[in-house]
Design a protein around this ligand. Structure first.
Ligand code: IMP
Ligand code: MG
Length: 174
């Protein structure tokens, strides 16, 4: 069985969109500090690129939650693998995620973060698959809305592979 990759969003288009998001986010926070929370591992490429394009003072922390095995379908089970290093109390928190699919991971994560008393809490995702939503999530910034296809690249994996691709692609098996 061989795998071919079809490009869904080119490297150039991803870069351009992240630049726009950076500008939009910088306008919202202005001179106020913004604390970026990266959801590992998928969000890491996006967060680094986004952080470079935000002109407000930026700090960063990382969290890892898991709802998937090596399967491409949600098990519906979410658990914290790695919690934040620092308190978010009183901070302007911006959660940076790779993709919102069913919404289960994010709705769970946002509830936990809300209970920790941040000054503000917003959500930025590179990709959104609105057709797949099971649990409603308020998303503040979306890079691209995409159809219901399993995508890889720019942090997203298929069984831990392809995260390093500089574009968003779809794996075609044959
Ligand atoms: P949700 O809880 O169903 O919204 O799933 C969110 C997580 O599932 C994402 O952060 C990804 O890690 C993973 N995921 C969902 N769809 C895809 C996909 O198309 N490709 C790769 N990972 C995905
Ligand atoms: Mg993720």
């Amino acid at each position: 069985m061989s795998e071919r990759i079809k490009i869904l969003v080119s490297e150039e288009d991803v870069d351009k969109r992240i630049e726009e998001l950076g500008k939009e986010i910088s306008k919202v926070y202005g001179d106020e500090p913004v604390h970026l929370i990266c959801v590992l591992k998928g969000g890491v490429f996006f967060m680094c690129e986004l952080a470079k394009r935000i002109s407000s003072p930026v700090t960063m922390d990382f969290m890892s939650v898991s709802s998937y095995g090596s399967d491409t379908k949600s098990s519906g089970i979410v658990k914290i693998i790695k919690d934040l290093d620092e308190s978010i109390k009183g901070k302007n928190v911006l959660v940076v995620e790779d993709i919102i699919d069913s919404g289960r991971t994010l709705s769970y994560l946002l509830e936990i973060l809300k209970s920790r008393d941040p000054k503000s809490l917003r959500l930025c995702t590179l990709l959104d698959k609105p057709e797949r939503r099971v649990v409603e999530v308020d998303v503040d910034y979306v890079g691209f809305e995409i159809p219901d296809e399993f995508v890889i690249g720019y942090g997203l994996d298929y069984d831990q592979r392809y995260r390093n691709l500089p574009y968003i692609g779809v794996v075609e098996l044959d």
